[in-house]
Design a protein. Structure first.
Length: 259
C-alpha cells in the first residue's frame, strides 16, 4: 500500500467499471479514501468491497451525474463518511454511435448531457464543497482524444469531449482564486466494457471498419490501452505532485493522435 494519497478523500464518478474502477483501485492503493459514485450501486459496492478486502478504504453511493441533487447528495455522503473532500473525478460517460447523417436530437442531447453537463455539475458541486471547507481541492475530468478530433460515427461524443476540454479550461480560470485546480486526461482506445458495446453497435450499423481494431491500428505503441494504463496519470493528477498544474489535458493514447 502506497502513501501518495494518504488521508485524501476522492470521489470517482462512473467508478463501478472500466477506467473508473481501475482509477478507484489505484487511488485506494495509494492510501486514498475512495467513494465510488455510479448509477449501478451494486457494481460500485462490489468494487468498494474488493478495495476494503485488500486493506483499502472505500464506499459506494448511487448517483446520476446529470442530476444536481444526486451529485450534491453523493458529495454530502462522502463528507459524512470520510470527513472532507479533496479530489473529484468527473469520469462517468457514455456513447451511442450513429452515422453522421442519422444523428438525432435525442442522441445528441443524451450524449452531451451525460458527458458534458455532468462534468459542469460535478465541477460546480465539488468546488462548492472545497470552498465550504476553506478552499483548495482538485477536479479531474475524463476527456478523450475524440475531443481533439471529430469521429464521424460518434460526432456527439466528440463534441461532448471537446466541451469537457473547454469546461476544464474555463473552470481552471474561474476557480484558481479559490486554490482549486482543474485538469483532464484524454484516453484513446481503451479495452473497457464501453468499447465492447461500441464495437458491437458499430458492427451492427455496418461501420465495423471504424471500430476498436481499426482505430487501435493507428496507435504508435502498437496496442490499445487497458484501464490500468490510465492509473499512473490519475494518481499523479490527484496527488500533490501536480499542484502547480491547472487547465491542462494530458493525452494517454499511445501516440494515436499527435497534435
Amino acid at each position: 500500500m502506497g502513501t501518495r494519497l494518504a488521508e485524501k478523500t476522492v470521489v470517482v464518478t462512473g467508478g463501478a467499471s472500466g477506467i473508473g474502477a481501475a482509477i478507484a483501485r489505484g487511488l485506494a492503493a495509494e492510501g486514498a479514501n475512495v467513494m465510488i459514485a455510479d448509477l449501478d450501486l451494486a457494481a460500485g459496492q462490489r468494487i468498494a468491497d474488493d478495495i476494503v478486502a485488500g486493506g483499502g478504504a472505500a464506499a459506494a453511493v448511487q448517483a446520476d451525474v446529470t442530476d444536481r441533487a444526486a451529485v450534491r447528495s453523493a458529495i454530502e455522503s462522502t463528507v459524512a463518511r470520510f470527513g472532507r473532500l479533496d479530489v473529484y473525478f468527473n469520469n462517468a460517460g457514455m456513447n451511442t454511435p450513429m452515422r453522421f447523417l442519422d444523428i438525432t436530437e435525442r442522441n445528441f442531447e443524451t450524449v452531451m448531457k451525460v458527458n458534458a453537463l455532468g462534468v459542469l455539475i460535478g465541477t460546480q458541486e465539488a468546488a462548492k464543497q472545497y470552498i465550504a471547507q476553506g478552499g483548495t481541492g482538485k477536479v479531474i475530468n475524463t476527456a478523450s482524444i475524440a475531443g481533439r478530433t471529430g469521429f464521424p460515427n460518434f460526432a456527439p461524443y466528440s463534441a461532448a469531449k471537446a466541451a469537457v476540454i473547454s469546461l476544464t479550461q474555463a473552470a481552471a480560470r474561474a476557480l484558481a482564486p479559490e486554490g482549486i485546480t482543474v485538469n483532464a486526461f484524454a484516453p484513446g482506445v481503451v479495452a473497457t466494457p464501453l468499447w465492447t458495446k461500441l464495437d458491437a453497435e458499430l458492427a451492427e450499423m455496418g461501420a465495423g471498419d471504424s471500430g476498436f481494431d481499426s482505430m487501435a491500428g493507428d496507435i504508435l505503441l502498437g496496442r490499445p490501452a487497458v484501464p490500468e494504463d490510465i492509473v499512473p496519470t490519475a494518481v499523479f493528477l490527484a496527488a500533490s505532485d501536480s499542484d502547480y498544474i491547472t487547465g491542462q489535458v494530458i493525452p494517454i493514447e499511445g501516440g494515436m493522435i499527435l497534435v
